[in-house]
Design a protein around this ligand. Sequence first.
Ligand code: AMP
Length: 300
Amino acid sequence: MRTLRTVPELRATLAESRLDRRSIGLVPTMGSLHEGHASLIRRARERCDVVVVSLFVNPAQFDEAADLAAYPRDDAGDEATAARAGADILFAPPVEVVYPPGFATTVTVAGVSEPLEGMSRGRRHFDGVATVVTKLLNMVGPDVAFFGQKDAQQVLVVRSLVRDLDLPVEIEVCPTVREPDGLALSSRNVLLDSDERDRALALSRALRGAEAAVTAGERDPIRVRQAALALLDDAGVEPEYLELVAAENLAPVSVIDRPVLLAVAARIGDVRLIDNVILSGAPAPSDSEPLPSAAVRSLA
Ligand code: AMP
């Protein structure tokens, strides 16, 4: 694996692959790589001839200076993890390569950027994401770019900008990788102390509780939300948001009769975590029957 830091070096290296008609896969990351990132890299390895992993902690998408300063970094570990998972190129540009003096362009995706993370972190967050993803796609020119379902809203933002700007790339979304106890892997998890890690489990527990309610036949988003909120409350976790919205466009839903995204964000101590699950609105076998009493109890 080669580590490259400038766009001319990257383009020169990829030009040869392109001449040989080799397919290029891109996995954009902010580093501090874990098994979630590795799963994306391995998937890119399966599908593409050349795998590029980008590592750039994008200052433009951080809404708080303290959050950017505290964001975990592990350059040596990242090289090893990326290489082990099958990357050919680690593209790790310094900030001035991505945002040189005079940089003046921002990509804004209306609509799907606005609720959830957009409300909680402010508009600039997804402006930063959309701008850097557009730049990375233009720098690398991949055939396929791989993103995690862990950042479900980011996936919708990226799909929108690719469609609206006619970018010639396929977006593949990979499932969320979790710890055996359910905690979604995140670079930020290393910042949790052991008490906080215990409390952080409430996020995935709340999502699973909601999922169980829907599997048991509940189709009212208000009641499903209440069930999830109760599980967060049991652990003393107050979410920044916990919302059920249409999975394809994040619009509000009044009944769970199609895929619905249940997304949650919460601060555990100083660490901000997000997680989500897609609740399938497929008609349950028991749709016309009353809820089993266990499910009703879990919603009380
Ligand atoms: P990040 O470094 O947090 O910006 O994440 C880089 C990519 O890895 C994004 O597409 C994330 O959605 C994805 N990712 C982060 N955590 C996970 C996870 N636990 N499972 C799967 N993908 C993930």
